[in-house]
Write a protein that binds this ligand. Sequence first.
Ligand SMILES: *Cc1c(COP(=O)(O)O)cnc(C)c1O
Length: 312
Amino acid sequence: MPDSLLRQLAAAAPLQPLSFDWLAGTGVELAAWRLDLIDPQLSGNKWFKLVHHLETARSAGALGLLSLGGPHSNHLHALAAAGRRFGLRTVGLLRGEPQDTPTVRDLLEQGMTLHWLGYGGYRARHQAGFWAPWQARYPDHLCIPEGGGGLPGALGCAMLARTLGARVGELGWDDYHGCWLAVGSGTTLAGLVIGEAGRHPVYGALAGPGEHGVACEVARLLEEAGQADAGYRLVEACRQGFGRFDAQLAGFMREAERQGGVPLEPVYTAKALLALREWIAAGRFAAGSRLVFLHTGGLQGLRAAAGALAAF
Ligand SMILES: *Cc1c(COP(=O)(O)O)cnc(C)c1O
């Protein structure tokens, strides 16, 4: 079941050729792989990260799934929708004090049970013993790590790289020269590197500061997958910090939507595409390069940021 579902999801995401002003004269061809368009509720990389976890829950006879995230979490949003679709209950442990956000409203609408942990309680999530009381309270639920990470999450994303080669013909390309994507925890990046198995370079644009934590996580996942030596490249993209944005980013998002027909959100995808533009402008990709920008979704989070973005 997981592989056929993953193949189906990957096949449902369209490849869109992009023609931006900033590509003119560079000789670089760019296409977006629109994971955001797979499904209105279950969009982006979070779906791919969840598939193996869902299968584990189902084969273990679990009644539901339990995970954690913030009040705008793309992960919890996908989990709530997936649980409903697969007939599994969902429980979300949320960061901070109770808040009413568009994401939280969707979670409740999808039937997710919410517990607000406060900030201190949420910070304790990495401590030994954090899960024990929750597992005791929800004995028939499978606990999923933050963001749907871990090797099961990465292996779901590996299917993307395993199917991309057969898809680029739709763009009139015989091959591609690299895949560029936004990076949070590094799980999706690790999955792409695993799926590529050295066939094409993978570039990860960091949405948060500091590459050390991501590099450690990716190394751990590659090692677990038996590909400790696989190469990839991390690129600084976070600008003022995780989740922070400025007038240039807001303008870039408007232009990407108007010129290229690509809706972006400010936390991950807009920063990743802006960093790619900077690399191309700096001549870091030779003329003739054909690149795939992985649109990892997250547009549900745009609702909460829309007001702040419009102010720029
Ligand atoms: C979560 C997320 C990412 C980062 O995925 P990781 O596997 O944590 O690196 C990138 N883009 C979007 C839109 C996301 O929601």
